[in-house]
Write a protein that binds this ligand. Structure first.
Ligand SMILES: [Zn+2]
Length: 481
């Protein structure tokens, strides 16, 4: 009986077969239905597109493509690989390594990608070469290429804790392959280039179809990208942990969506092709172009500080520069709230510390609005003066001490009690205690800066105070990220 096994290739294959019969339950499929499916598979795999694709996936020795195999042998092999469940007489003492049911076949790398070839005894007990497999799992593995895509010359497919998600991806890729089947020329096939970008793009599309309340994403997702080609057989796995999956889902909700959309737009790397150089920028397409935001989501939570700098701080800076030139303010951008979600929810930083950071930033905003101290803003933003002999940290600490000092002196002159922008507790909690996250005071600085920029941006402070960012070379900053 066909069943999900938690093995990615088997599960994607089962999903393809379920989609073919538009049913949700593998147990209801009869052997004669599976036979009809196998016949469909044979036809599909003889098309030019798949003949080329399968040579990478199942090697040239596969019965689907081996040009030197005699017709009679080819038929015998396909009968075993695709129709084994029809032979009720076959006996075998071994169990299927995927589902545990009686095995009927020993598979090699022309049947299952990434295992060893015929006659290779490494990794098998008692010189019993090959992988024991039942006819149902074997059929599912033969079906899985239909539920995958060719990306950068390799096979790309998606496995998840959530079976519905596996089925949605398999269906989407199968629909595209059904178009590829019609091609006479292999080169006309639409193949992807960047696995991680393409995955995120397709995930968001899949999620749009799942609008019912019970269809929240749950659990983790793994993207597989493999080749079984010649001596270069190889696999890459990209894992999205559940807290990142949850983040992506949350960022699609109404309050975060404008910010997310802006981050996605900023993330595209569209290099205009020769002739189009003079024309407007090409429309980004996940099959051809890379999106740095999509790619970098796979680095979370470990790289959360770089992520925030590259995708949030630099984005905020672009908006600030636009507002300085008089472009309208986009009120619905919520970079700070997105950052809070990443720092608190994904990187699991104590929320009290995030709140303390926000409060400090708000005090700095009040200070800047009251004083218009552009020099302070520039120095806080730029971090360090490369010509100084002091370390970046020393310069930063001095800036804070000097600013407090300045406030005290001015308060004295006017006879009022000073309102210090920075207290001792602020300094310790916001700039000194990030060690457990693998970061240092710069993370605190980035977060404060982000919040300060966002608040001042929304009040159009930079348009009224253009000299505050007069000396800032944003292009240079972007390179540093
Ligand atoms: Zn099995």
């Amino acid at each position: 009986m066909l069943q999900f096994t938690d093995h990615p290739m088997v599960d994607v294959g089962v999903a393809v077969i379920l989609d073919h019969f538009e049913t949700e339950h593998p147990a209801v499929l009869t052997d004669s239905q599976l036979k009809a499916f196998a016949e469909y598979l044979e036809r599909a795999y003889q098309t030019p597109y798949f003949a080329s694709y399968l040579s990478v996936l199942f090697t040239q020795n596969s019965a689907y493509i081996n040009p030197t195999m005699k017709e009679e042998n080819r038929r015998q092999e396909l009968d075993k690989v695709l129709y084994g469940y029809l032979d009720k007489q076959a006996e075998n003492p071994y169990s299927c390594v995927f589902c545990g049911k009686p095995a009927r076949f020993r598979a090699f790398r022309q049947h299952i990608p990434l295992i060893t070839g015929v006659g290779i005894i490494n990794f098998f007990p008692s010189r019993r070469v090959g992988v024991e497999i039942c006819p149902y799992c074997l059929l599912a593995i033969q079906a899985f290429p239909l539920g995958s895509l060719k990306v950068a010359g390799r096979t790309f497919f998606v496995h998840a804790d959530d079976v519905e998600l596996i089925r949605k991806f398999a269906r989407k890729f199968k629909q595209r392959n059904e178009q590829n089947l019609l091609l006479q020329d292999v080169k006309g096939g639409i193949d992807g280039k960047y696995a991680k970008t393409l995955f995120l793009d397709q995930l968001l599309e899949v999620q749009k179809d799942r609008r019912r309340p019970a269809s929240h994403l749950a659990g983790s997702i793994t993207v597989y990208h493999l080749t079984n080609y010649g001596t270069n057989a190889d696999i890459e796995m990209y894992h999205l942990p559940s807290q990142v999956v949850t983040l992506i889902e949350e960022l699609q909700t109404a309050s975060y969506l404008p910010t997310w959309n802006q981050m996605v737009r900023d993330g595209w790397r569209v290099i205009p092709s020769g002739k189009k150089k003079q024309m407007d920028e090409e429309e980004p397409n996940a099959f051809f172009h890379k999106n740095e935001l999509y790619e970098d989501l796979f680095g979370l939570p470990e790289n959360f500080r770089d992520f925030i700098r590259k995708h949030i701080l630099v984005g905020m800076e672009k908006r600030v520069n636009q507002s300085r030139k008089g472009e309208p303010i986009t009120d619905e951008l919520r970079y700070w709230e997105v950052t809070e979600r990443i720092v608190g929810g994904v990187a699991q930083v104590n929320l009290d510390r995030v709140e303390q950071t926000r409060k400090l930033a708000d005090k700095i905003v009040d200070y800047l609005k009251a004083s218009n101290d552009h020099r302070f803003y520039r120095q806080f933003f730029n971090g360090s003066d490369r010509n100084s002999h002091r370390s970046e940290y020393e310069q930063f600490r001095n800036l804070i001490i000097k600013t407090n000092d300045k406030v005290i002196r001015e308060a004295k002159k006017s006879g009022k009690a000073p309102e210090l922008p920075f207290t001792f507790d602020d300094f310790i909690q916001v700039f000194e205690q990030w060690d457990e996250t693998g970061s240092d005071w710069r993370l605190g600085r980035d977060l404060v800066l982000l919040r300060v920029m966002e608040r001042l941006y929304k009040e159009n402070w930079f348009y009224q105070n253009p000299e505050a960012i007069h000396n800032v070379d944003s292009e240079q900053r972007e390179e540093l990220v």
